[in-house]
Design a protein around this ligand. Sequence first.
Ligand SMILES: [Zn+2]
Ligand SMILES: [Zn+2]
Length: 265
Amino acid sequence: MYDYHTHSSFSDDSRTPMNEMIEAAIKLGIKEMAITDHYDPNYPDQEFPFEMDFAGYHKALNEAKDTYQGRIKVVKGIEIGIQHGKILDKCIKAAKSYDYDFILGSFHCAEGMDLNSRAFFKDRSIEDSYIAFYTYMLDCLKVYKDYDVLGHINVIDRYTDQISPYPVYSELVDEILKLIISDGKGIEINTSSYRFGLKDTTPSKKILQRYSELGGEIITIGSDSHKIPLGNYFDRAKDMMKSAGLKYLATFNQRKIHFVPIDKL
Ligand SMILES: [Zn+2]
Ligand SMILES: [Zn+2]
């Protein structure tokens, strides 16, 4: 198994020490584990600022990579929260400040509001919220390129009572996927949608299908675990990949892709 989205106590929303996460992953037989702690500059909720102790984090990643060598491959990652404007400079600086193996680019906010607080959805219809969210994502990704894989592309589905019908935002998502593909980036299957029993998978089957149809081939699978359940529901993720006609799982070393055939997972 290759779990490419995990958190430790370096993230403001996790209390699990990095070594506990890694040791649990070894017990589960996980081959590669990307540690992707949060850096979300200018996150609006001050209770969870998602700032990062970069010096401490980089030291811990280096030590973990050495300590566990031969038992598990620790992939030195980060999950960068993308937001437009001056915040992008902070994202770019963070991405370039260290020799990461893998950078997950994620949207947790749009238009200066965090999705989690639901402020983004106030005073507009569900259709307008989806259009605004994916428009914002597209605008950012036209400028921001310092990532390898886009995390949980349809994260907006987590925070609404009702999922907007796909045709409402399908053209925008197509444009985003085309941009991701032409930039040589990938998308992830985030299995937390199974764990939390969400309304749809992440990405939705339609988005994954479209990514494949448009020629996309770079897929990682991540549990997005903040405590122990690592690597769960990966069989379902593999089935999703097969149904979408995807044949390889992407792994990363020093930001370079290596493909593993899904039949060999
Ligand atoms: Zn995330
Ligand atoms: Zn995450």
